[in-house]
Design a protein around this ligand. Structure first.
Ligand code: NI
Length: 309
């Protein structure tokens, strides 16, 4: 079994960034956790090698970090916002159309094609850009159920997801299980997240996936009021449990059928590393990878969907 190491790097001001996956240091409901340690406080923590890496990061020609320091929650790195060049990966993603599956700009016809929807929850994260590159290279679309707090942390990544032609749905602000919440809290978990997705990507979400798939009539009523259809899944890869690229690939390829909605998480490096093999394998089997809304067609707010046809 492989296990993700924490993401470690430096901000452009020499602060030390440490990001942990959601399940590493806290219960999953806590969501992903990251900290930035001020440069002044890093001296006692760093080896000689670490100090050289820190110096390199502060240098003007420093390579970009694998995560998005412009979006970090502490003031140490917010000053990098204006110098953060937008990677151009998403500009090619918008052209990622396979003539055999869809004409540019045309809706994909899942009555005719063997469509499946792969979905990624709990992000965006420092791994999401890698996934976007894979999806663009293979002309595949996916759906991302995002946490509001992650969109707040990685707004430019969220925007690149939308620009790549992928769909974004609501996964609550901080991964709380909704059925046990007071109505006002439940409403805010959903509406705050929908609002920040629209604000940062320009696209108003129409889909919701409650954390853990935990739902009830009250949750569905809130989703209906927010104009969101409820999207669960038909294939659970358990990628968060195994953290093994080979196993997650094998699970997807052995279980996916026409109309499947596949649950994965783009906060795990092992899952993102598995994407090329998963997409190649599905396409080789004749599947067209589409967004959830392309798979389902018109959806109704407050109604639960687990798969398409
Ligand atoms: Ni989740």
């Amino acid at each position: 079994m492989t296990k993700d190491l924490p993401l470690v790097g430096f901000t452009e001001k020499g602060g030390l960034f440490v990001g942990f996956s959601q399940y590493d240091i806290a219960p999953g409901s806590t969501g992903p956790v990251s900290v930035i340690i001020d440069k002044a406080r890093t001296a006692e923590l760093l080896s000689a090698f670490g100090k050289r890496a820190q110096q390199a990061a502060v240098a003007p020609s420093a390579p970009r970090l694998p995560f998005d320091p412009s979006a970090s929650p502490t003031p140490t790195a917010t000053s990098t916002v204006t110098t953060d060049p937008e990677p151009n990966a998403e500009s090619t993603a918008t052209e990622s159309v396979t003539p055999s599956t869809r004409a540019a700009g045309a809706a994909v016809n899942c009555r005719r094609l063997k469509c499946v929807a792969i979905t990624y929850d709990d992000g965006p994260s420092g791994y999401t850009d890698q996934l976007l590159k894979t999806l663009a290279a293979k002309k595949a679309k996916a759906t991302f159920f995002m946490l509001g707090q992650q969109v707040a942390t990685y707004p430019s990544v969220a925007k690149r997801v939308a620009q790549g032609g992928h769909e974004i749905g609501v996964h609550t602000w901080d991964h709380k299980s909704l059925p046990n919440l007071a109505p006002a809290t439940m409403r805010s978990e959903i509406s705050r997240t929908a609002a920040i997705i629209q604000q940062k990507t320009g696209v108003k979400p129409t889909l919701s996936r409650p954390p853990y798939g935990a739902t009830n009539n009250t949750v569905r009523a809130q989703e209906r009021a927010a104009g969101l259809a409820e999207i669960l899944w038909s294939i659970d890869t358990l990628d968060w449990k195994d953290r093994n690229s080979r196993i997650v690939t094998q699970r997807v390829l052995s279980q996916t059928k026409r109309g499947s909605i596949v649950l994965m998480h783009d906060i795990h490096k092992t899952t993102v590393d598995a994407a090329p093999a998963i997409i190649d394998g599905l396409q080789k089997r004749g599947f067209t990878l589409v967004t959830v809304s392309e798979l389902l067609g018109q959806t109704k707010p407050g109604v639960t969907y687990r798969q398409g046809r």
